[in-house]
Ligand binder design. Sequence first.
Ligand SMILES: [Zn+2]
Length: 289
Amino acid sequence: MSDRFPPPTGLTPSTLAPTDSTGTRARDPQWQAQIDGLSAHLQQAQRIVVFTGAGISTESGIPDFRGPAGVWKTMTPIDFGDFVRSETVRRESWRRKFSGPDLMATATPNTGHIGVAKLAQLGKLHCVITQNVDGLHQRAGVDDDQVIEVHGNANYATCLDCHQRYELAPIKQAFTQNDQLPYCEDCGGMIKTATISFGQAMPELEMQRAHQAVLNCDLLLAMGSSMSVYPAASLPRVASQQGARLILINNEATDLDDLCDLVIHRPIGESLSAALAQMPQSSTPNDSA
Ligand SMILES: [Zn+2]
């Protein structure tokens, strides 16, 4: 990935990569200035809403399904309407879920997720709104009730009718060993992984919570998202209109860059952890309620 961040012109390799006393590669001055800015913003903020997209989890080895090189470019996603209508499609959906390694279950949080959890420990995190379905924010230590998953979660399943939660292991066993499709024990409804599929309505409660959170934040920190799809596209403007600061960390430029107080086109984990390392480490009372 190093070729994605070519050295700025005018810097020779020997001036670009000196090591400091800890042996870490020193950053170029522009990136260091951005980290200083990020650190100052995080320090001032009291109610941070973090918004994350696929870019934060690619550093944990989870592919960006919707991105330019994403899985959906080579495999057609299953439409929600087809899932509900067709038993064949439901079988295909579970077959895909249970074939190959379960990256969602085995992936571990990276320094980006750990940085967000650190903001929670410092009492600065209002909540995380995430487009990711991997549960890595919670695995990094952010409380369940501080994570709003607008595309659901791939690590368990729910009944489409009564929303009862089901764990994947017994479903996998019945499907792979006995070819059984899962149905709800309470109401007989169809069971589906708890993600929001193509063609499926966005979860109303989560969308309301996300909107409310952004109305109440003083800093919106968006990471790893091009911020081009709803709700990502609308929330930064809501935050900006009520006076919150906007910071974006993303590999590529986005339509939102001009609106932001700070934009960093560098790796998320390294940028966030460097900014946090420059902050005082004592916690303040959590006002996220
Ligand atoms: Zn049910």
